[in-house]
Design a protein around this ligand. Sequence first.
Ligand SMILES: [Zn+2]
Length: 232
Amino acid sequence: MYPYINKGSAKKLEGSIYVITFFVSDNPWSIIEKMDLFKYVRDAESWLEVKANEYGKKLRFVNGVHGLFEPFMTDIVPDYESGNPQWGIAEKYLETAGYPVDASYPEWIKKNSGCNQSLVFIIANMIGRGYANPSYWESDGPEGAILYHSENWKLTAGSIIHEFLHLFGAVDLYETNVQSAENSERMELMYPKEVMHNPHHPLKELIISPLTAWLVGLCDKEETWFNTFLPK
Ligand SMILES: [Zn+2]
């Protein structure tokens, strides 16, 4: 079984999921802009709920947010481009906000949100390259993703969906250090509007391929071609 599946606080795209969004910025950030960005989070969640429903799965998101009306104080805004992708970004932010990050975390989430699963989503007001911190080991520890928003590089609901899906086990399907250029071309032919291949299509055109659906637990049917795209 592929190792990203069923690990961490975001296991399967099913049931109720608590999304804890953090807005972080080094300088003052308008509430109106943050409210607009938060709408994209809701759009991403609605899209995922509809897709899960098409696979016969009930999915519901509950939202918690930090840094929307009051600035969220943190000593570090994680940066990928600097060559230091930060591990444990979810823990770092949760800890600062006063959440338990030990073994009591899943129970705390359940008690306070009614959800069985959770994820942390950080929106940073600066230029940078987003990434996700999924869990690869047997743990219920918090998983999180970060995306950057700036004047020239605006956040989209498609990118949010892409990072959320990583936390549930999806893999990149474009050319990266885990996916060859050849594989990216294959995906371009098979599912050009697959959200893990290219999230920059209009929301209503984006799709989840059978491979991604299988990885995030929407369906159990494993097809032989999946293997080509799974990191070795
Ligand atoms: Zn990705």
